[in-house]
Write a protein that binds this ligand. Structure first.
Ligand code: FE2
Length: 249
């Protein structure tokens, strides 16, 4: 069984298409998305349309807030969400498609389990919105509580920082194991990184390939200048949301 797992696309169509091209060459059996399809970026409709063809997608905080209420977001993120909602409400001559997108978003699960594997957006404890940052290795109690809820491996996103948390309290960046990590018997939390808004200093889109015996982190270059230009062309989207794509921050 070979799976591609993506997350945090954030309406960045150029990044998503580059990743899907890369996935097409990997011979995978299925494609999963761990949420945040929309929010921040300029192409929410197009990104949802592509993810609707995946085998699984998980609900995340930005998707939920596009559906309901952006309360609790920073003003920039809130404005982006209101704009995103407007885009999703526009029928563009195809009201059936509009309804289909809303239905798809509203039916996304918060958690998916496949045997000992768990798939969430944030964490196994709070699937929608708990962050698990690399610095949390210093919060031993938090890690212990999370690992107690994990049977073998939890796959998550949300922080946009790819890497692996080991049960003995370490966080490993993909560069520390040359991008390929053999699946141990011990428990892991795996952050798959972000397709459309990477924040680990590498502007390339990130995703993982999961096989029965290993996890491979892949980085895919994409024409971010095009995405930045689109973001700068939308007054409701803070220009910083584009600028940061260049740095991967
Ligand atoms: Fe996100």
């Amino acid at each position: 069984m070979k799976r591609a797992i993506v997350s945090d696309i954030h309406a960045n169509l150029e990044a998503l298409e580059a990743v899907l091209d890369d996935i097409a060459k990997q011979g995978v059996d299925s494609v999963y998305c761990l949420g945040d399809i929309v929010g921040y970026g300029p192409n929410p409709r197009e990104c949802i349309d592509r993810v609707m063809g995946f085998n699984l997608s998980i609900l995340a905080n930005h998707d939920q807030r596009a559906l309901y209420d952006p309360e609790g977001f920073s003003s920039g993120a809130e404005r982006a969400i209101f704009w995103t909602r407007e885009q999703l409400e526009m029928s563009n001559g195809d009201p059936g498609k509009t309804a289909e997108r809303w239905r798809f978003l509203s039916e996304l699960p918060r958690t998916h389990r496949d045997g000992p594997l768990t798939f969430v957006h944030g964490s196994v404890r709070n699937p929608l919105s708990e962050y698990v940052f690399p610095e949390d290795v210093h919060n031993i109690r938090k890690l212990e509580r999370l690992f107690a809820l994990i049977e073998h491996v939890a796959f998550q996103g949300h922080t946009h920082v790819p890497g692996i948390f080991t049960e003995d309290g370490r966080f490993l960046y993909p560069a520390e194991f040359a991008g390929r990590y053999p699946l141990p018997r011990n428990k892991l939390m795996v952050n798959v990184g972000s397709v459309g808004q990477p924040r680990d200093g590498d502007p390339r889109a990130c995703y993982i390939i999961l096989t029965d015996d290993a996890i491979e982190f892949r980085r895919v270059p994409y024409p971010f200048d095009k995405t930045i230009e689109k973001i700068h062309g939308v007054p409701e989207l803070d220009p910083f949301l584009g600028d940061r794509l260049r740095e991967g921050r």
